[in-house]
Design a protein around this ligand. Sequence first.
Ligand code: NAD
Ligand code: ZN
Ligand code: ZN
Length: 380
Amino acid sequence: MSSTTGQIIRCRAAVAWEAGKPLVIEQVEVAPPQAMEVRVKILFTSLCHTDIYFWEAKGQTPLFPRIFGHEAGGIVESVGEGVTDLIPGDHVLPVFTGECQDCAHCKSEESNMCDLLRINTDRCVMLSDGKSRFSIKGKPIHHFVGTSTFSEYTVVHVGCLAKINPAAPLDKVCVLSCGISTGFGATVNVAKPKKGSTVAVFGLGAVGLAAAEGARVSGASRIIGVDLNANRFEGAKKFGVTEFVNPKDHKRPVQEVIAEMTNGGVDRSIECTGSIAAMISAFECVHDGWGVAVLVGVPNKDDAFKTHPMNILNERTLKGTFFGNYKPRSDIPGVVEKYMKGELEVEKFITHAVPFSEINKAFDLMLKGEGIRCIINMDG
Ligand SMILES: NC(=O)c1ccc[n+]([C@@H]2O[C@H](COP(=O)([O-])OP(=O)(O)OC[C@H]3O[C@@H](n4cnc5c(N)ncnc54)[C@H](O)[C@@H]3O)[C@@H](O)[C@H]2O)c1
Ligand SMILES: [Zn+2]
Ligand SMILES: [Zn+2]
């Protein structure tokens, strides 16, 4: 037991006070974990585009003040009542969607949409008592997707923590707690391209490049990368992308361009942009008869997906996935082992690093579309 068990911890957290305004490093109080909760010392976190959407709050519910962050790695500091499978010192990856291991979804081989712990972007409190574990001088600060990793300490439901090999370097494998697992899983677990097939990937950020990597290891013969940012193309070759399409270079809808390039459409497409236009193009560019499109990007709250029903009658399939269909507790330790065995590279996704005190630089980089993942070192 550590000396902080059962005590309030005072530590630094990056607080978003207002939509779109730089985060402010504040001293926060982090309450001890309650029933089925775990307090985690975060060592490394990174920034995913989902954090940006809810921080900008342009197409999402504005909920402030809030502590964002959901892609991270850390060490268990203490556990609450009823937690039996984690102990202080365990290395963990927090995940924005959970696994209670008891509901119909958790018991199904097909679903990772846990009834109790599935992603809820508008919930700002812990489930056990409907309260926040973060406060500043008594004023509560909202949680984000049950993880809030932009804090030196955070409290997470035990079902949202993957216990991983303690030998795995947390400054690398932290990216497996969202973006890389999401993209890779979207391809290998959901789109499931056959060897020799053609695959289109919309959006070449970390999630899309991981989806491309999934297509490469599945033996796809052609991987077409689609992005509005031409700076993405050169680097994407390292992830197996063989051809590039920038919708800005064409007067016609990009789905028509892709259909022409592929003799009627790709076998699989994976959308990793969050743009509703790209989601529709990603669906309409798959081949009739067998094509499967998988949506991964997080849309605005008022978006609506519109396509002619004939596109579906013509035997195309539309799917969607959170977290690449992985169950965080059951599957993510194995994904980390794939990295440890050299079967899954994560280093090539990591292009920048900043100390925690400069976390706003990570936001600037993502807003400018520079780099892939930026690791934020909580020590700095
Ligand atoms: N479903 C999930 O479980 C899950 C998990 C993580 C992230 N996401 C979502 O995945 C998406 C990608 O996240 P990321 O962190 O890789 O973001 P990113 O910003 O690093 O990459 C997104 C890329 O998409 C490109 N893009 C944007 N609009 C486009 C369009 N209309 N056509 C073509 N390209 C376009 C951008 O130029 C950028 O290169 C986001 O929407 C994020 O919220 C979903
Ligand atoms: Zn994410
Ligand atoms: Zn469940």
